[in-house]
Design a protein around this ligand. Structure first.
Ligand code: NAD
Ligand code: G6P
Ligand code: MN
Length: 432
């Protein structure tokens, strides 16, 4: 029977994971789940750990939830390790968002300056987890959800030298769900192909006869947009642009294709309601009040207010697919290996893949249109520089990453923002 270890177990998403595992118990017979956290997260971990146990107790299955601050104890002989941790908790995210906004730049969890600093904080910790895994559970699969999910996955492979990893995101899951509703066609009857990097991918869709219906879907999405996570404000894409590329961009592409409007909205929201992280603090507080209720033994609807809703559809399905060699089609962050010829084979991309006992086997996407190819190569360069800076702690490499990031106008302001972020996050950036 299966042992799961979840790093960042105090997350409010833990019930989401439990629901996904309970649903799949027949194919994935779990014995124990270890929720690991750090001292700062202990209170949340205790509440959500009890809530998770109640969910299993209400199911027909006998699964034990363990909560611990001892990561190595949790990793010992684990079959699957999932990650959903946030170094520095939400206060660190507040800084990632507030500091850039205060200089007139976008402040966002995974994009722009904040996203790069989240990578700087997260990558050293994930590499420690990988080193532990080499000793304590060398055959385990690492299923990464910690953001920036694509960069973290690339760091695991490139610097951690650990290949049994799959990076995940709920954005493709939500897009598929929403678009199936918009089209009035069941999900199973749609054929999808995704390509790009995490939070920067495009997709095409065909009907069950193989006929490409992307242009139809683009039309329909202008009548009723769907599948956008709650954390992204909906500025419409320019339709001519989507028709020209014949692909559907992911929700996050708004920050690039409509940068001016998204920044304007972000600054207004920051001035009136505070950053998304501050809003998330309130949502999280309400969720944990619910989780404290000794009668609550199922995932509450309110979790959908979080941007990561439905993440278990990706995480638990990936684990079940590896365990039972199901070869399910899932959008994952994994080694490119030629799926996108515009990027090096060894880098990490987010693509449609079939997931089975050997991990992810990618579906080739082929070359991208001229503009999107250019964007993607710039974004990958930004990611590679960010990861390298996170590992080496080299200031000049970080400056290069800032300079190439399309959401940051290069120059004195950018350098000041970066310097202020370095000071604000000092406690979590020992490598610099
Ligand atoms: P959160 O703030 O609730 O953090 C989760 C837990 O991680 C906290 O309890 C915290 O104490 C703990 N933690 C911090 N450092 C740790 C460490 N070194 N070891 C173990 N635990 C540690 O975060 P959240 O809002 O639940 O999000 C969790 C993570 O998942 C974040 O990185 C977030 O960006 C990511 N996320 C990813 C997606 C996706 O699509 N891939 C979607 C939503 C959230
Ligand atoms: C999204 C993503 C995540 C992202 C999160 C933010 O949709 O896929 O990667 O970071 O939701 O959600 P939040 O509720 O924390 O703002
Ligand atoms: Mn995501």
């Amino acid at each position: 029977k299966v042992k799961i270890a979840t790093i960042g177990g105090g997350s409010s998403y833990t019930p989401e994971l439990m629901e996904g595992f309970i649903k799949r118990y027949d194919e994935l017979p779990i014995k124990e789940i270890w929720l690991v956290d750090v001292a700062e997260g202990k209170e949340k971990q205790d509440i959500v750990g009890k809530m998770a146990q109640r969910m299993w107790d209400a199911s027909p299955y006998d699964v034990k939830i363990h909560t611990t601050l001892d990561r190595q104890l949790a990793l010992k002989d684990a079959d699957f390790v999932t990650t959903q941790f946030r170094v520095g908790q939400l206060d660190a995210r507040v800084k990632d968002e507030r500091i850039p906004f205060s200089y007139g730049l976008l402040g966002q969890e995974t994009n722009g300056a904040g996203g790069m600093f989240k990578a700087f904080r997260t990558i050293p910790i994930i590499l420690e987890v990988v080193e532990d895994m080499k000793v304590l559970c060398p055959d385990a699969w690492l299923i990464n959800f910690a953001n920036p999910s694509g960069m973290v996955t690339e760091a695991i492979i490139k610097y951690g030298k650990w290949d049994k990893v799959i990076g995940l995101c709920n954005v493709p899951v939500m897009a598929k769900m929403g678009e199936s509703n918009t089209l009035g066609i069941p999900k199973e009857d749609l054929i999808y192909k995704f390509a790009g990097v995490n939070h920067f991918h495009w997709h095409k869709v065909a009907d069950k006869n193989g006929k490409d219906i992307t242009l139809d879907l683009i039309d329909k999405l202008y009548e009723e947009n769907s599948g956008l996570p709650k954390n992204i404000f909906d500025v419409a894409f320019y339709k001519e642009q989507l028709v020209q590329m014949k692909m559907i961009p992911c929700g996050y592409h708004r920050y690039y294709y409509r940068a001016e409007e998204m920044l304007k909205h972000g600054i207004t929201e920051y001035e009136n309601e505070g950053t998304r992280a501050q809003q998330v603090k309130k949502i999280e507080h309400d969720l944990f009040e619910l989780y404290k209720d000794p009668n609550l033994n199922y995932k509450p609807k309110q979790l959908e207010e979080r941007g990561g809703a439905y993440y278990s559809d990706a995480a638990c399905e990936t684990i079940a697919s590896i365990y039972a060699n199901k070869n399910t089609e899932i959008v994952v962050s994994t080694r490119n290996d030629g799926a996108i010829p515009d990027l090096p084979a060894e880098c990490v991309v987010e693509v449609t893949a079939y997931v089975g006992a050997q991990g992810a086997r990618n579906v080739a996407f082929g070359e991208l249109p001229t503009a999107e190819k250019g964007w993607l190569q710039v974004m990958k360069a930004m990611e590679l520089l960010t990861i390298e800076a996170a590992v080496t702690g080299d200031y000049a490499t970080a400056l290069q990453a800032f300079t190439i990031n399309p959401l940051i106008q290069s120059g004195e302001t950018a350098k000041q923002v970066m310097n202020e972020l370095f000071i604000a996050h000092e406690a979590h950036l020992p490598q610099f």
